[in-house]
Write a protein that binds this ligand. Structure first.
Ligand SMILES: O=C(O)CCC(=O)C(=O)O
Length: 320
């Protein structure tokens, strides 16, 4: 998704800029980011650029797939609880922990294979094909979310991911921890009400009182255990809730998929064929920093890493 600026972060932004890396820290981090063996040493239990195993790491019961596909068609979202293999999800959670403990934003977990192969099991591919059509593609808009266990800290503010994407666009969101109402699970407004809100705010930059109240009552909370899969179409308003006193950080990742041969934005490219090899290490780095440059709007703390992201972006950019 593309971010829109939030004026309220101006002061925080100025303070955070002062916390930027020094030139020597920057040089060290730049080398480290491009050093694939260093990443392998950081999480020796995780793979980078290894052949994908044939194990089926996800299961969706047929009746659940039908029910949630209907929900997607009617309300623009779906929710499949505990579909991924527990060991794999725990490993991915450990990867995010290791990456953060080494001073990187959580999204750098996308250097590891798990984060690119998680949606490739036959069960998930079948659900994606039913939702987007045969020959669907993954774009390179990816992110990992860590909502700290501190009261009042929230996930991303309300937004939509791809207005006008209709049924050619689908976001996937996978929980690596339990996501509860107390630690900031996802919330959304079903599709038809989301569209009504978007139209109203486009016309007058505010919501009529009656629509505001109806929308509040329509909000859907999506608390899910770790290893669950949620998804939504591009025009669905959604957000990460706020921690209201939980001691468990909320950890998750997000991916985006498109129907075959549709027009894509520059931000989405390069596209990835989910039936081919996983993207190479440099493409993964490119995807991470491409997103980081955009998402300082949602997560002002990322500003500290922005100059580094710009350097890695220049280095890894495939050009067009
Ligand atoms: O996890 C969150 O807080 C927000 C996720 C989200 O909105 C997104 O990935 O588009």
């Amino acid at each position: 998704m593309r971010a829109t600026p939030d004026k309220s972060i101006g002061t925080a932004e100025a303070l955070l800029k002062q916390a930027e890396l020094s030139p020597s820290q920057m040089a060290e981090r730049f080398e480290a980011a491009l050093d694939v063996d260093r990443w392998r040493r950081l999480a020796p239990f995780a793979a980078i650029e290894e052949p994908i195993g044939s194990g089926d790491h996800a299961q969706i019961a047929p009746q659940d797939a039908v029910r949630e596909k209907n929900r997607l068609d009617e309300d623009g979202y779906f929710c499949l609880k505990q579909v991924f293999d527990r060991r794999r999800i725990d490993r991915m959670h450990d990867i995010v922990r290791a990456v953060r403990a080494d001073g990187w934003p959580a999204a750098f977990a996308f250097v590891y294979d798990d984060f690119w192969s998680i949606a490739r099991s036959p069960a998930i591919s079948a659900f994606l094909e039913a939702s987007l059509g045969a020959g669907f593609a993954q774009n390179t808009v990816v992110w990992a979310h860590w909502v700290p266990d501190a009261k009042g800290v929230a996930g991303w503010r309300p937004h939509d991911d791809y207005r006008g994407g209709d049924d050619t666009f689908l976001s996937l969101w996978i929980s690596l921890s339990d996501a509860t109402v107390e630690n900031g699970c996802m919330f959304l407004v079903p599709a038809s009400r989301s569209r009504e809100v978007t139209e109203a705010t486009k016309a007058q930059d505010s919501l009529p009182n009656i629509l505001f109240r109806k929308t509040l009552q329509d909000v859907v909370a999506l608390p899910v255990p770790s290893g669950s899969l949620i998804g939504w179409r591009g025009d669905v308003l959604h957000w990460g809730g706020a921690n209201s006193g939980s001691t468990v950080p909320r950890v998750s990742l997000a991916l985006e998929f498109r129907s075959r041969d549709v027009k894509t934005t520059r931000f989405e490219r390069p596209l990835i064929d989910p039936r081919a090899a996983l993207p190479p290490f440099r493409t993964r780095l490119f995807a991470i920093v491409k997103a980081l440059r955009e998402y300082t709007n949602f997560e002002p703390l990322l500003l500290r890493h922005l100059p580094l992201a710009e350097r890695i972006f220049e280095e890894t950019s495939p050009g067009e």
